[in-house]
Design a protein. Structure first.
Length: 329
């Protein structure tokens, strides 16, 4: 039975099972919907059991479908690993590059990847953006080459590569009463309506630690699940928040947000590439980590940030630092 299965059938079945849709799977794989349906049907005929069933308007996996899906994911994972291993044996920077990043890192990691893939076009990056709790879970389960985060857990044995500054700043609506005030005391700022990330967020924890060191505590006015949601709430004048400067470029340039001049801020942190200590990185992941460390200063926010009249005097556009030179130039 298994001898008659094909990798193409498994690949198509995986896409349908993941999307719960023949149409979306076909779009992803640049095939027609009937072609995908025929191949999945042939796989079911070979297995001898239905793998997918329609309940109302939903596609659901049968018991056999769940088993085949789990096995298919394992096969695909091993094949991706094999691709990287073969590339390593050839001394070639190519194949999969898998990383998970906290949500605040989504504002700059694609720029690093864009430059790296331009130099090494045979690399296939996979970027998973999720919250810190999920990133820590993936880190502990060793699901990625490495993860990107700003606050390092103290209860795990990890290898760290700091690569870019990650200053945290207090952000407000341009018309906020404190927007033109200098050297705002911490005691004053905690009286404002604070918009906070969910419990467990690295940004929230760092800010809370600073306030606690001064005997202060922030009562959340609202809790939101992403930096993007918090920025939208600030622009709606619902309150203020502490955010990573890395995520604020467009809003600061357009004047839709301002940075408040608060004592103790910016909080100077770093972005880290992290993996379990003792993990053996493949050639592609190792080269990319070296690239992050080398280019982090050019792409990141410089330390010369100062606050003045509620606005940030910042260095030139961080994405215009390094040039996209091809290898050998």
């Amino acid at each position: 039975m298994i001898n008659h299965w094909t990798l193409q059938q498994l690949r198509l079945f995986e896409a349908v099972a993941r999307h719960r849709s023949y149409t979306r799977a076909a779009e992803e794989l640049c095939l027609t919907q009937p072609a995908v349906h025929i191949q999945v049907r042939r796989l079911e005929e070979t297995v001898g059991l239905p793998l997918i069933e329609r309940v109302g308007k939903k596609l659901l996996l049968t018991r056999a479908g769940e088993e085949v899906y789990t096995a298919t994911l394992a096969v695909m994972t091993h094949l991706k690993t094999l691709t990287g291993t073969i590339a390593d044996m050839k001394g070639k920077v190519a194949g999969p590059l898998k990383m998970a990043v906290v949500t605040s890192a989504k504002f700059f990691m694609p720029h690093f990847l864009g430059i790296f893939v331009h130099e090494y076009p045979e690399v296939s990056p996979q970027l998973i953006v999720t919250n810190r709790a999920r990133v820590l879970e993936r880190l502990s389960e060793n699901k990625d080459d490495f993860v990107i985060m700003g606050q390092i857990p103290s209860d795990m044995d990890l290898a760290l590569r700091p690569f870019m500054d990650n200053p945290l700043v207090v952000v407000a609506h341009p018309n906020h009463p404190l927007a033109r005030t200098k050297a705002i005391p911490l005691e004053r700022i905690v009286e404002e309506r604070f918009l906070l990330r969910e419990v467990g967020s690295g940004t929230r924890s760092s800010a809370a630690q600073l306030f606690a060191e001064h005997g202060l505590q922030v009562a959340p006015y609202m809790e939101l699940g992403s930096s993007e949601a918090i920025k939208q709430a600030i622009m709606a004048d619902l309150g203020i928040s502490v955010l990573s400067l890395s995520s604020l470029e467009l809003e600061l340039d357009s004047g839709r947000l301002v940075i408040l001049d608060v004592a103790g801020f910016p909080l100077n942190r770093m972005w880290y590439a992290v993996h379990l200590r003792g993990k053996r990185l493949g050639l592609t992941a190792s080269v990319f980590l070296d690239f992050l460390v080398k280019e982090g200063v050019g792409l990141g926010i410089r330390k010369g940030w100062v606050a003045h009249s509620g606005n940030a005097h910042r260095p030139p556009h961080p994405h215009k630092g390094p040039s996209r030179k091809k290898r050998g130039q």
